[in-house]
Ligand binder design. Sequence first.
Ligand SMILES: NC(=O)C1=CN([C@@H]2O[C@H](COP(=O)(O)OP(=O)(O)OC[C@H]3O[C@@H](n4cnc5c(N)ncnc54)[C@H](O)[C@@H]3O)[C@@H](O)[C@H]2O)C=CC1
Ligand SMILES: O=C(O)[C@@H](O)C(=O)[C@H](O)[C@@H](O)CO
Length: 318
Amino acid sequence: MKKQPQKLNLKGKKITVIGGGLIGASWASLFLAQGMKVVISDPKPDIQDYFNGKLDGNIADLKKLGYTIDSDYKNNLSYIADTASAVQGSDYVQENGPENPAFKQDLWQLIEANSPEHCLFLSSSSGITISQQGTKMKNSSRLLIGHPFNPPHLIPLVEILAKDNDAGVAAAMDFYHSLGKVPVLLHKETPGFVANRLQAAIFRECVSLVADGVVNVKELDDIMTASLGIRWAVGGPFVSFHLGGGDGGFPFFLHHLGPGMELIWKDEMSKPVTYDEKTTQLLDSQVKEHYGNKSLVQLAEERDEHQIALMNTFSKMK
Ligand SMILES: NC(=O)C1=CN([C@@H]2O[C@H](COP(=O)(O)OP(=O)(O)OC[C@H]3O[C@@H](n4cnc5c(N)ncnc54)[C@H](O)[C@@H]3O)[C@@H](O)[C@H]2O)C=CC1
Ligand SMILES: O=C(O)[C@@H](O)C(=O)[C@H](O)[C@@H](O)CO
C-alpha cells in the first residue's frame, strides 16, 4: 500500500536556499509563504535586489492560488553568502546552484560537513544524478533529488529521487506535499529524470521541424498550445491514447495506430538534431522575431497569469 504524504507544519523550520537565481528565488518565495525561516546563500553581489524584485510578485501569485500568507513573512528572510555558515542549524537545504557536476560535488561535501545530521538535502538539478553529485560526500544517500519545474512556486510537479534512503523519501514527499506541491517518486536514476527526458524528446522534434522549415517557432508553439498542451493538461499520454483507441481502448490504439507511430519514430531518429551554429542562429532569430516585442518580464507575467487561471480552474473541478 503506497504511503500517503503527511501534512507537516513547516512554520519556523529553517531552510537554506543555495543559489537564489531563477529557481532558487521562486523556491525561496514559496518557503517564506509557508512561514519557514529562509536563508538565501548566493555570492551574487546584487542577490538581495534580485530577490526583492521577484518576491512581491511571487507572493501575489501564491495568494491568487489560494495560499494564506502571514503578513510578517519577510521577517523570516536572511542572506548568508558563506555556504558553511548558511547551513548551520538547517532542517532542509534546497540546492539551486549552477548545473555543473563539479560545482555540486564540492558543494555537497561542504554542506554535509557543516549541517545538522537530520538536515534533508534536496537538489533542484535538472538532470545531474545523485551518483554524480554525491561523489565527495561521506554518505551520498543523504542527498535526494527534488527537481521542480520552472517556476517552482507555481508548477506543481517535484520529481523525487533517492538512493537507499526510504526515510529521506518519506521526509521529502511530506515536505513537498506540505508546500502544496505534487511530489512524484522515481524508481530509478536516469539522466534528466523523467519530465526533462520527455521535454528533451519533444523539443528535439520541435527543433528539427523548425530547422527543416516545416514550421516557424511561433507556429510550432501555437500547434502545441492548441492541441497537446490542452490534452496533456487534463490527461497524460497513456490515458489520452487509451481514449484514442475508441471503443477498443489502448489495445486497439496500439494495433490501429501503433505501426504508423513506429514509422514516425524511425523517420525522427533518422534526422540528426544538434544545436550547431546554423540551427542556433535560426532558432535565436525566430524567437527574437516572434517574441522579441515583449520583455521577458511581460512574457513571464502572462505565463504566470494563464497558469494560475488554469490551476485554479482545475482546483475547482476536484
Ligand atoms: N532554469 C530552469 O528552467 C530550471 C533549472 N533547474 C535547475 O536549478 C538549478 C539552478 O538553475 P537556475 O536557477 O536556472 O540557474 P541561475 O543561473 O538562475 O541560478 C544559479 C544561481 O547560483 C548562484 N551561485 C553560483 N555559485 C554559487 C555558490 N557557490 N553558492 C551559492 N550560489 C551560487 C548564482 O549566483 C546564481 O544566482 C540548476 O541545477 C538547474 O538545472 C531546475 C528546474 C528548472
Ligand atoms: O523545464 C523546466 O522547468 C525543468 O524541467 C528544467 O529542468 C529546465 O527547463 C531545463 O533543464 C530543461 O532541460
